[in-house]
Design a protein around this ligand. Sequence first.
Ligand code: PDD
Length: 281
Amino acid sequence: MARTVFVNGEFLPETEARVSIFDRGFLFADGVYEVTAVVNGKLVDYGPHMERLGRSLAELRMDWPCTRDELDAMHLEIVRRNGLKEGIIYMQVTRGAADRTFNFPKEPVKPTLIAFTQEMKLAQNPNAVTGIKVITTPDLRWARRDIKTVMLLAPVLGKQEAYEKGAQEGWMVEHGYVTEGTSSNAYIVKDGKVITRGLSNEILAGCTRRALFRLAKEHGVEIVERKFTPEEAYAADEAFLTSASQFVMPIVEIDGKRIGGGQPGPVVRKLRELFLAEAGG
Ligand code: PDD
């Protein structure tokens, strides 16, 4: 059945949705996006996603496409119209359609806002039971990874390399240290402590990461914010990633090396459980 999608203020069947070929998102990747999880028909971490959207827009000097209230209503309505129980809402804002010039259009143009839903198994994702495999790959991205732009070619190539090597995610490496996953934040566990890179322009401030920090604090799990190398990760007791579409996902192999005996460990299992309890899974 065709989904109902959202384009510039209108709900339409996906087959009727149209965006201009002059859209700057299409021509320059001049746009930002958010992915929000839905569990039991409810949005997960929605407030932080919209906060980050506001920050991404401001960093690129782009206007909000509509009011925050309208955006909130759109998110709820797209879930309702598609009868979405579990999956994600993808939403994207671009600087709009204009004649192709690198600089911003001289005449003000309306930003383009689109959104669609995608059904996915999130709470009952079978990967969470077995754990997943990751490989390391060079981080080829630009210097402002704190902005959630649609410029995703480096992550596309990194994820493809991972799939071709039989893994599900790529951990990107820069100056010898893991930055983050191609579409997730990266963590290891050593002696009961969670280790993850601190926030900076070098990684995206994950909304799932933020929730994880809060839950860990509430439940006495220590998190240390510092960089780690692939070699340190190979020797870790546990490893995992977080994202809106994977939640807290155990990793059991990195570059072909088994982590923690090849089974999801106790710390990641507990953190995933806490996250699911809150998300309503
Ligand atoms: N990606 N780092 C990168 C590079 C990401 O693309 C993502 C999310 C994250 C995790 O952020 P959050 O917890 O807010 O989802 C970290 C989304 C899911 C995507 O592009 O599909």
